[in-house]
Structures are given as structure tokens and as C-alpha cells.
Design a protein around this ligand. Structure first.
Ligand code: PLP
Length: 456
């Protein structure tokens, strides 16, 4: 029975959702059985919409993977379907079209490929940069180093502009670098997940267009797509790459990339062969075009079930009563709540200025004298799963909270309230231990003292 979904009773099933009745495709997933008593294995029960509800679990609020909607998980549990079946072709085709909608592009070319966000780096490095060409990487944390490493792996000559921890690269520094040397691409991490730093990609694109208009603007949007504002066409971006498991609210396993017409032309005009096999657009472009046109084509097997799940999540993002713009606004509101609560507890953000602070996540220093072991396991006891530090220079000193997707957008879940309540319980407990030897400070006194210390 392990791994199988058992549904309580066909009677209850029929009444729980207008869409579901015995005999529908959904109900006849090969790994779903209907039983006639009230035992639900795997702690799953019925929900209002698809009829599926995932079991109780700790709230996953790391900066990706994130909490996934029941309907998306249920779509992933689709019965096995051929990747060239007429049923599947429009599902894939719609994913391609809806990916454009998320990024506000009419002419961008999406690539939806089995993989993770990292594969997007390989696609850029192997399709757009020829060996020996120069790339400028704007570094606001760990992921800048990794993208640079990937570009070098394919023979690019990489220059990095590194911002101090907690800030993004200054636009003037970018302009100066572009004036000094020709770069084939500029890459920018929209939100560096290691620091929670948000870069102003609109301003980056504008600066590149002013100083070096031939240079392609590549955005690592792994931690920003569907949680931060991105206007692909309007801002003149050339590539936005991302993955399924963050703002797009789908389980991990899909690499998503959108390339501008200009980027595709650059790829088509290469003088040297593409330097990767699996990541080659020569192989994937015909596949994307075929599925969008309503026919199947094969290069490598797509993750069929995950594409069903992605399709469901994309519909929620692009076709629900909440528009994409509203979704971004709701992420800002959720972020503000978490950040205000953290500040009131005396916690300092890594982002040195609110303008550098991401809206889909928050990176917070531990209070002085406090280590991860005094906070993260306690949050876990409150059923809240957050992430530790990632930036190698300060790894032990901070932690990260994700607030993307349904956690930010669906307030009825109460996820943000749960995060805030857990922080309010755990942080004073942790700092109370430290301050015991200093006497009986009130909670507010401690918070003020910590804020004052952090300003020094
Ligand atoms: C900003 C950023 N870029 C790239 C990646 C790599 O993505 P993946 O782990 O899906 O390969 C991540 C992963 O978290 C990320 O946050």
C-alpha cells in the first residue's frame, strides 16, 4: 500500500467535488484505489477542488522547493501517458504559451526541459557564448560564482563584478565595465537565493542597452520568476532562466528558459558548434515548436507527469482571478509581513537596503551570540522548515525563509502567520538564553538593544 492514495468512499468522493465522480480519468489513476471505510493511508484526504488533499506535513518555507498546491500534486499523479499522445501534446503546448504569459513576452521562445535551474546556465553557456568570448557576471551571492563557473566550463572568459554581501552591483560599476570591454553576455541573478538580494534587472537591461546594445542580457530568475516583477519584452531582456520548484509552484525537475528573438538569432549565427549535447537548442528548438504547433516530436523524453503538474500550476498563475501582477503584489505584502516581524524581533536582514531585499524570501542574521542550532531545530518543532545559510563567507551566521507561491498568495492557508508566530516564539526563547547572565531584560529592551548593536 506504500505510496498509494486511498480514497475514503465513493459516496463522499462524489459529494466533495463537482468535478469528480467514480469512473473519471482522475479517479482511475492506476495508483489510486477507492475503499469503503474511513481509513486514509498516507494521511491523504479529500479537498474541495480536485478531490485530493495532501496529508499533514511540516510547512516547507525554504527558498525552494516550496509548498505545492494539492491540485498541482494531483496533476502530477496522472496516469502514465505517452509523450507523443494526442492527449499530452496540447498540455505541453499550453505550458509553452503560459510560460510566455508569466514573463509578459509575446515573442520570447520558451524551452521546457527535464532538469533543474542549473541546466539553464548550461543552455546559455553552450548556445549563446562561443569558446573564448567574454561574459560579465554581476555577482550578488553564491549563484553568481556558480554561473561564472558554468560559463568557464564551456570556454567563456568571465569577468565578475562582485557586490558586497547584502547588496547588488551598482549600475555605474556595470556601465564602467561595459565601457572598458565588449561582452557577449551580461548575466545577473535577479534574486540571489544565498543572500536574498534583489537586483534591479530593469536598470541592468537599460544600462546595457545604453552602453553596449549588442550585449545580451541574461537573467537568472530561478528565485524570482512568478514572485518578482519581470517584464521580458518591455525591459528588453534576452534570456530569463528558471526552474519549476520555486515561484512556479511545481515539484522540482523542470528547467524553464525563455529566449528573445535576438538571442535565438545569436544562437543561429554561431560560428562554432554548440558545445553541449543535451542542452543544445539545435535539438530542443524543433521540439518546442512542434508541441506548440500541436504535433509531437522527440529528442529526449519529457517528464510527462511533471508537465501535467506544471500545466496546472501555470493555469493557477496565469488564468485565475489573481493576475500575475496581483501575484507579485501579494508576494510583496507577504514579504513585508515577514520582514517587519523579523525587525521587531531585532533580527537584521542580509539585504543592506530595502531596495535590495527580495520579495519571495528573507535572509536574516541570527542575533549576536546565537547559532543555527538554537533556532532552526526550534522552528522545526513548530513545524516550520527554513533553510540555513549558504553564502560561504557567512554561512553560520544567518538563515533563510522562503515565502513564494501559495504560501504568499493564498492567505487562507495562514502560512505567513505561522512563520511569524513561530519566529515570535523561537527567537525570544533563543535570545533569552543568551541574555540570562545579563539580567532580566524585557523582550522589547532586548530587541532594541540588538537593533542598536546592529546599527553600530
Ligand atoms: C538563483 C539561483 N540560480 C540557480 C539555481 C540552481 O537551480 P537548481 O538547484 O534548480 O539547479 C538556484 C537554486 O536554488 C538559485 O537559487
Amino acid at each position: 500500500m506504500q505510496g498509494r492514495l486511498l480514497i475514503q468512499s465513493s459516496r463522499r468522493l462524489a459529494s466533495s467535488s463537482g468535478r469528480l465522480c467514480v469512473g473519471t480519468r482522475h479517479l482511475l489513476h492506476p495508483h489510486i484505489s477507492v475503499i469503503s471505510h474511513n481509513c486514509v493511508l498516507n494521511q491523504r484526504s479529500m479537498s474541495q477542488s480536485t478531490g485530493f488533499k495532501q496529508g499533514p506535513h511540516k510547512l516547507l518555507v525554504i527558498p525552494g522547493p516550496i509548498e505545492v498546491h494539492d491540485d498541482v500534486l494531483f496533476a502530477n499523479a496522472h496516469s502514465s501517458v505517452s509523450h507523443v499522445s494526442p492527449d499530452f501534446i496540447p498540455v505541453f503546448g499550453d505550458c509553452i504559451r503560459m510560460t510566455r504569459d508569466v514573463l509578459f513576452t509575446r515573442t520570447g521562445q520558451p524551452f521546457i526541459v527535464a532538469g533543474s535551474g542549473t541546466l539553464g546556465w548550461d543552455e546559455v553557456a553552450s548556445n549563446l557564448v562561443e569558446p573564448g568570448e567574454s561574459a560579465l557576471v554581476l555577482h550578488s551571492g553564491y549563484f553568481g560564482d556558480s554561473f561564472a563557473d558554468c560559463l568557464e566550463t564551456y570556454g567563456a572568459k568571465v569577468t565578475q563584478i562582485k557586490a558586497p554581501i547584502g547588496s547588488a552591483v551598482q549600475i555605474d560599476d556595470l556601465k564602467t565595465a561595459l565601457q572598458q570591454k565588449k561582452y557577449k553576455v551580461v548575466t545577473v541573478t535577479h534574486v540571489d537565493t544565498s543572500t536574498g538580494v534583489l537586483s534591479d534587472i530593469k536598470a541592468v537591461a537599460k544600462a546595457v542597452q545604453e552602453v553596449s546594445p549588442e550585449t545580451l542580457v541574461i537573467v537568472d530568475g530561478v528565485c524570482s520568476v512568478a514572485s518578482e516583477e519581470i517584464k521580458f519584452d518591455e525591459w528588453g531582456l534576452d534570456v530569463v532562466l528558471t526552474a519549476s520548484q520555486k515561484g512556479l509552484g511545481t515539484p522540482p525537475g523542470l528547467s524553464l528558459l525563455v529566449a528573445s528573438e535576438r538571442a535565438i538569432q545569436t544562437f543561429e549565427q554561431r560560428r562554432t558548434p554548440v558545445t553541449s549535447y543535451y542542452a543544445s537548442w539545435k535539438r530542443w528548438l524543433p521540439i518546442m515548436k512542434a508541441y506548440e504547433a500541436g504535433t509531437a516530436a522527440y529528442f529526449a523524453t519529457p517528464p510527462v507527469n511533471l508537465i501535467y503538474a506544471f500545466n496546472t500550476s501555470l493555469k493557477q498563475i496565469t488564468q485565475s482571478s489573481i493576475s500575475v501582477d496581483d501575484r507579485i503584489r501579494l508576494h510583496r505584502e507577504a514579504s513585508r509581513k515577514v520582514k517587519e516581524a523579523a525587525t521587531s524581533l531585532g533580527l537584521k536582514q542580509l539585504a543592506t537596503d530595502p531596495a535590495f531585499a527580495a520579495n519571495g524570501m528573507t535572509a536574516l542574521y541570527f542575533p549576536d551570540g546565537i547559532v543555527a542550532g538554537q533556532v532552526l531545530p526550534k522552528l522545526l518543532q513548530e513545524d516550520i522548515v527554513v533553510a540555513g545559510g549558504l553564502h560561504k563567507d557567512i554561512r553560520e551566521k544567518y538563515f533563510r525563509i522562503g515565502h513564494m507561491g501559495i504560501t504568499a498568495v493564498d492567505s487562507s492557508r495562514g502560512d505567513i502567520d505561522k512563520i511569524v508566530a513561530a519566529l515570535k516564539k523561537v527567537i525570544p526563547e533563543a535570545t533569552g538564553v543568551v541574555n540570562k547572565t545579563l539580567g532580566a531584560y524585557s523582550y522589547n529592551e532586548r530587541a532594541e538593544a540588538m537593533q542598536a548593536r546592529s546599527r553600530l
